[in-house]
Design a protein around this ligand. Structure first.
Ligand code: ZN
Length: 254
């Protein structure tokens, strides 16, 4: 059974993405899976998309990818996010925009894994950042493992049953805050929501790029953090004329 590198929320940060790809090359994985938000916020949308096309066997569409090619979606964004979406749309080439348009909203791997960018079940929020939201999200999880991104925070939620029709309350779930390089064991007869964190704009107060390895043989999900040249990424963000806050937040990981 394969080992997968799971990446998400690259957000046009080429410096972080290149560092992560270098590390992934050393981790003996069979495939790389991208959970979306390849672009938006960062200054290298085309280059990041090129690398996703080159290295990822599955790549799904995130809300920023969608907003860049759908003006109606872009209007729902605020402040710096919206400004970055408009900037990204202006600088991307037509073939790259077309490639963003053709990304699918979800994917599955065999009978055991589903991939989506945000929340698999509609509700008041699509940020699966706590047990309350995860309890709702599990209603949309019909495989043992659901991979998702969107919150930019690496996290694992465990539900106490394999039955997709069974609903849970927040206290019935287990939430794991993954630590760098320490595998989380995925137990049998449970269901999981696993978030690899963000490559290009981490928001858990650790500025290092975040990604994960899902090993279906060992039945583990392991977060890895990778240092990269943050000052260079910040300088490129400023030089591109993107909002200053998008450069500033890279240094604090928030
Ligand atoms: Zn994102």
């Amino acid at each position: 059974m394969p080992r997968y590198a799971i990446i998400s929320d690259i957000h046009g940060n080429l410096h972080a993405f290149q560092a992560v790809l270098k590390r992934i090359a050393e981790l003996n994985v069979h495939e790389v899976i991208c959970l979306g938000d390849i672009v938006g916020y960062g200054p290298y949308p085309d280059a990041c998309l090129d690398l996703v096309v080159k290295y990822c066997s599955i790549s799904i569409q995130g809300n920023h990818d969608e907003a860049v090619v759908d003006p109606f979606c872009a209007e729902k964004f605020n402040g710096a996010a919206r400004e970055a979406v408009y900037w990204t749309r202006d600088v991307m080439g037509p073939l790259h925009l077309n490639a963003l348009l053709s990304l699918k909203p979800s994917a599955t791997i065999g009978n055991s894994v589903m991939c989506i960018h945000a929340c698999p079940f509609p509700g008041p929020t699509d940020y699966v950042h706590d047990k309350q939201v995860a309890a709702m999200a599990f209603r949309g999880v019909d495989k043992p493992i659901c991979l998702l991104g969107h919150t930019h925070v690496p996290m694992v939620f465990e539900a106490p049953s394999m039955d997709p029709n069974e609903q849970f309350t927040a206290p019935e779930l287990v939430a794991y805050l993954p630590q760098d390089d320490i595998p989380i064991k995925l137990k049998p007869k449970r269901r999981y929501i696993c978030n690899p964190g963000s490559i290009g704009q981490p928001r858990d107060c650790d500025p290092r790029a975040s990604f994960a390895v899902l090993d279906l043989d060992e039945e583990t999900f392991t977060i890895h953090r990778e240092e990269y040249d943050i000052p260079a990424a910040q300088a490129a963000t400023q030089e591109a004329g993107l909002p200053t806050i998008l450069a500033d937040r890279l240094a604090i990981g928030a």
